[in-house]
Design a protein around this ligand. Structure first.
Ligand code: NAD
Ligand code: LMR
Length: 326
C-alpha cells in the first residue's frame, strides 16, 4: 500500500509536538496504513521541526515511511492526502479582531492556494489554527478546484469536553453517552446541545436540572479553552491533538453506527445555517464523507443559542469578505 501523505502546518508548535507521534504510530488513519509526514513551518521554527523529526526517527515507527521539513507550502502540500492546518497567528496584545483575521488571511489564503495547486485529488483538510472556522473558509476560498466539503474546522475538542463534563456530572462513563452535539463556532458562543444526547436510553437534558445545563455546563464547555490557558499558561495542546486525531480518523474510517459526532463543515443550509458557512453540526461519516444528521427538533432554547453562534460566524465571514480574503 502506498503511504498516505499527511501535511502538518505549525509542526514545531505545541500541538504539532503532541500530534506527529500519534500520526506516525498509526492512530490517525489506522494501524495498517503507512504514512509520510510533511512538516510545514516558518523559517525560524525549521530547526525545532528538525529536532522533532529526529525524535520521530528515534521511535522507529514501522508505519512511518518518510519525513520532509519545509517552509515552502507548494512542496509541503505536493501530493498531500490529509492536511492538518495547525499553525496560525495568535492574537497578541493590542490586536483587533480585524488584524487577527487579516494576519491569518496571509497564512490560510496561500496555504489554500498551495493545496489547490498541488494536493492529491482526495485531499481532506482539517483547520485547527484559530479562528478555525473562518480560517477554513479563507483556505477553501483560495482552493476553487477542491470540492468545498473537503475543508473542515475542528470542534471535536469541544465535543470531547462536553462528553467529559456530562459524564462527570452524571457519574457515568463517556462510553455511556451518545449523540452529543456542538453547534456553531469554535469560540465562546458555541452551543453544546444536550437535548438529543442519550445516556442509557434517556435524554441527557432530562437527567440534569436546567440551571446546571444553562449556567454551568454550557459556559464550562464553551470557555474551557480559556480555562486551560489560565491554568497551563498555554493553550490546550495534547487534547487538541487528540481531537484532531479523532476528527480525521472518523472522517476517513467512519463514525460508529447509532452515534454521531461534531465537526465544523460547510453548511448546506440545514438547520437554518446559511449555506457555505463552516459551522459545527451533528455529523456522521459514511464512505469517507461527512453528512449532517437531519431531522432533529430544535426548541427555542437551542434555536436562540445556535443562532447567536451562527451570527458570529456570519460577522467573521463578512469581515474577511471586506478584507478581500474570500
Ligand atoms: P504554537 O504557537 O505552539 O505553534 C504554532 C506553530 O505554527 C509555531 O511553531 C509557528 O512557527 C507555526 N506557524 C506560524 N505561522 C505559520 C505558517 N504560516 N506556516 C506554518 N507554520 C506556521 O501554537 P499551538 O499551541 O500549537 O496552537 C496552534 C493553533 O491551534 C492556535 O491558533 C491555537 O489557538 C489553535 N487551537 C485550536 C483548537 C481547536 O479546538 N480548534 C484547540 C487548541 C488550539
Ligand atoms: C481551545 O479551545 O483550547 C483553544 O481554541 C483555545 C485558544 O484560544 O487557543
Amino acid at each position: 500500500m502506498a503511504p498516505v501523505k499527511v501535511t502538518v502546518t505549525g509542526a514545531a508548535g505545541q500541538i504539532g509536538y503532541a500530534l506527529l507521534f500519534r500520526i506516525a504510530s498509526g492512530q490517525l488513519l489506522g494501524a495498517d496504513v503507512p504514512v509520510r509526514l510533511s512538516l510545514l513551518e516558518i523559517p525560524p521554527a525549521l530547526k525545532a521541526a528538525e529536532g522533532t523529526a529526529m525524535e520521530l526517527d528515534d521511535c522507529a515507527f514501522p508505519l512511518l515511511k518518510g519525513i520532509e521539513i519545509t517552509d515552502d507550502a507548494g512542496k509541503a502540500f505536493d501530493g498531500a492526502n490529509v492536511a492538518l492546518l495547525v499553525g496560525a497567528r495568535p492574537r497578541t496584545a493590542g490586536m483587533e479582531r480585524g488584524d487577527l483575521l487579516e494576519a491569518n488571511g496571509g497564512i490560510f489564503g496561500p496555504q489554500g492556494a498551495a493545496i489547490n495547486a498541488h494536493a492529491a485529488d482526495d485531499i481532506r483538510v482539517l483547520v485547527v489554527g484559530n479562528p478555525a472556522n473562518t480560517n477554513a473558509l479563507i483556505a477553501q476560498a483560495a482552493a476553487p478546484d477542491v470540492p468545498a466539503e473537503r475543508f473542515t474546522a475542528m470542534t471535536r475538542l469541544d465535543h470531547n469536553r462536553a462528553l467529559s463534563q456530562l459524564a462527570a456530572k452524571l457519574e457515568v462513563s463517556v462510553t455511556d453517552i451518545s449523540k452529543m452535539t456542538i453547534w456553531g463556532n469554535h469560540s465562546a458562543t458555541q452551543y453544546p446541545d444536550l437535548f438529543h444526547t442519550e445516556v442509557g436510553g434517556k435524554i441527557a437534558a432530562e437527567l440534569v436540572d436546567e440551571a446546571w445545563l444553562r449556567d454551568t455546563f454550557i459556559p464550562t464547555v464553551a470557555k474551557r479553552g480559556a480555562a486551560i490557558i489560565a491554568a497551563r499558561g498555554a493553550s490546550s495542546a495534547a487534547s487538541a491533538a487528540n481531537a484532531a486525531i479523532d476528527h480525521v480518523h472518523d472522517w476517513v474510517n467512519g463514525t460508529p453506527e447509532g452515534d454521531w459526532t461534531s465537526a465544523a463543515i460547510p453548511s448546506d443550509g440545514s438547520y437554518g445555517v446559511p449555506e457555505g458557512l463552516i459551522s459545527s453540526f451533528p455529523v456522521v461519516s459514511r464512505e469517507g464523507r461527512w453528512e449532517i444528521v437531519q431531522g432533529l427538533s430544535i426548541d427555542s432554547f437551542s434555536r436562540e443559542r445556535i443562532d447567536a453562534s451562527v451570527q458570529e460566524l456570519v460577522e467573521e465571514r463578512d469581515a474577511v469578505r471586506a478584507l478581500n480574503l474570500i
